[in-house]
Design a protein. Structure first.
Length: 132
């Protein structure tokens, strides 16, 4: 079984954010198309990175290293399968959020046709973006 985790640094025009997560391939997932796209999907960026602190690249690199060391010192599961990875997008955080809010409305309409707890959770997450 794979840990499927990593530390992901997202560089934007105005800031950098760092997260430790699994399933990073979801950054390219479209709930409208119901498939992976070639470009980042703004709603996924906000879902993954909204809770991360904005920083400079130097601060982000230091935070990523700290997280990496913390994970590897974990006695229970010292695995960081994909290590530290960098992504870059030529937009500001505010531009991404504006796009995500617009896209979240469209994704919600698409997901409302699905039933089940998983879809309800996804719709709730999209509503959080709209309410930002």
């Amino acid at each position: 079984m794979s840990a499927d985790n990593g530390i992901y640094i997202l560089e934007m025009k105005d800031q950098v954010r760092v997260i430790h997560t699994q399933n990073i391939e979801n950054l390219w997932w479209s709930d409208i198309e119901e498939e992976q796209l070639d470009n980042f999907v703004p709603t996924r960026i906000v879902e993954y990175y909204a809770g991360a602190k904005p920083m400079t690249l130097e601060e982000a690199d230091a935070e990523a290293k700290r997280l990496y060391d913390e994970i590897l010192s974990d006695d229970f599961c010292p695995i960081c399968e994909y290590g530290i990875c960098h992504f870059a997008i030529d937009k500001t955080w505010d531009e991404i959020v504006v796009e995500a809010k617009d896209l979240a409305v469209k994704e919600m309409k698409k997901l409302e046709s699905h039933v089940g707890d998983f879809w309800e959770y996804e719709i709730e997450e999209l509503q959080k973006i709209i309410d930002m």
